[in-house]
Ligand binder design. Structure first.
Ligand code: HEM
Length: 278
């Protein structure tokens, strides 16, 4: 039986800010024996899409490394590695250093090995407004509030948010949706529960008090739809979220591509409403 750690579809079927304070001990969830074994080959062979740093980010990177060492204990690291990458290879999470430049919070450096359909190259140097340009309604609904949160973040506060998506891939490293979506048509409906995955990003945000930047972490958790069969309450919550997802949310996440497969799966497991609730 798969333990489902995060089930944000229980809370929302729309875009949300959803930032909540958590304690220091809950900051990094761990749970991967050797993150460096997964990240180092990507850093060696696909560096331009999993890594990026801007000039002037070294101080912030060093502060991130110090924070990670304070949380996980000190460990020797190769001084030739950029400090943010030395930090990232100690934890499953991807690490994004944000700094305020020219009046906007921008990506100053990042290690991004488990991206959901974007690359380090896409976002390095980009502002919160630019990064979230493709998210329907973000600038009208969220941007000002999110910028204020970054501005006002107190050093003793750690914030957490989670989102969810549905994908036909169990891979963590998914920079490009195209090859994944190209396979949807060949999924046998009887195998939908095994081949479709709920992809949850658990993200945290905290201030870097010395350099004034902020550290954004992204941890990806995946579970198959089949894992929901073991947990009827969660299966019902997922079914409800699938049916209630707003048009913007469905279109942005391309959930319609999976409607037939998901509806068939839900029907086969006693959740018989269609997407339209009929
Ligand atoms: C902490 C404040 C933030 C909030 C409230 C927020 C919110 C959101 C929301 C609502 C979405 C749409 C997907 C979803 O989560 O359901 C999204 C997408 C995204 N966010 Fe954020 N975000 C935040 C910070 C960041 C930061 C610091 C980065 C830096 C890398 C980032 C990178 C992205 C990317 C790359 C996407 C996908 C955009 C695309 O489709 O191209 N977010 N964010």
């Amino acid at each position: 039986m798969t333990t489902i750690r995060h089930a944000p579809y229980e809370d929302s079927a729309d875009f949300t800010i959803g930032l909540k304070p958590i304690g220091e001990a809950a900051w990094l969830e761990g749970g991967e024996a050797d993150p460096a074994a997964r990240k180092d080959p990507l850093f060696a062979t696909r560096r331009e899409i999993v890594w990026g740093e801007t000039a002037g980010s070294l101080g912030g990177q060093q502060e991130v490394l110090a924070l990670i060492e304070a949380a996980l204990g000190p460990a020797p690291h190769d001084p030739a590695l950029p400090p943010l990458y030395a930090a990232a290879r100690r934890t499953p999470d991807d690490l994004v250093l944000m700094e305020k430049q020219d009046g906007a919070w921008r990506v100053a450096a990042l290690s991004l090995c488990a991206p959901t359909f974007f690359t380090a190259r896409d976002v390095l140097g980009a502002s919160l407004a630019q990064i979230h340009g493709p998210v329907h309604g973000f600038s009208e609904r969220f941007l000002t509030r999110v910028e204020r949160i970054f501005d006002g973040l107190r050093p003793d506060l750690i914030l957490e948010r989670r989102n969810w998506n549905l994908v036909n891939s169990a891979e963590l490293h998914t920079p490009d949706p195209a090859p994944i979506r190209a396979r949807i048509g060949s999924i046998d409906p009887a195998q939908a529960g095994a081949e479709l995955f709920v992809r949850v990003e658990r993200q945290t945000l905290r201030r870097l008090p010395e350099t004034g930047g902020a550290l954004f972490t992204i941890r990806v958790w995946l579970h198959s739809l089949d894992a929901l069969r073991d947990d009827p309450a969660r299966l019902a919550a997922f079914a409800k979220a699938w049916r209630a997802a707003t048009p913007d949310f469905r279109e942005y996440k391309r959930l319609g591509l999976y409607d037939e497969l998901v509806t068939g799966f839900l029907r086969a497991h006693g959740e018989s409403h269609s997407v339209n609730g009929s």
